[in-house]
Write a protein that binds this ligand. Structure first.
Ligand SMILES: [Zn+2]
Length: 100
């Protein structure tokens, strides 16, 4: 999840289905959920909210399209390059202090 005005990474998600045992824990749902926790509201597209977009590296499944729609996020951007998505996740994890 990115703030479009300044490019700030609000959240990043990875697929946690196997590690969590939760069938719905797709990367998009994880990214949306972390963004909602960070921002403090479920409505990521609220009228007074920053302009945000969810960037994904492939086609979201039906569940993730629905989760994106219900999150209120204003745009879904499909970004096909896995390497670039990995760079975005790495940047977020470094900014969060998870990676050195
Ligand atoms: Zn999905």
């Amino acid at each position: 999840m990115v703030n479009t005005a300044d490019g700030e990474v609000v959240s990043a998600g990875v697929n946690l289905v196997l590690s969590s045992g939760l069938s719905a824990a797709h990367a998009e749902v994880v990214a949306l959920s972390l963004a909602q926790l960070r921002v403090g509201t479920w409505d990521l597209g609220a009228q007074d909210a920053a302009d945000r977009e969810l960037v994904v590296n492939w086609r979201p499944c039906a569940q993730c399209y629905g989760a994106t729609m219900w999150s209120g996020v204003r745009r879904l951007v499909r970004f096909f390059t896995v390497v670039l998505a990995a760079i975005a996740v790495t940047m977020f994890l470094k900014a969060a202090g998870v990676l050195a």
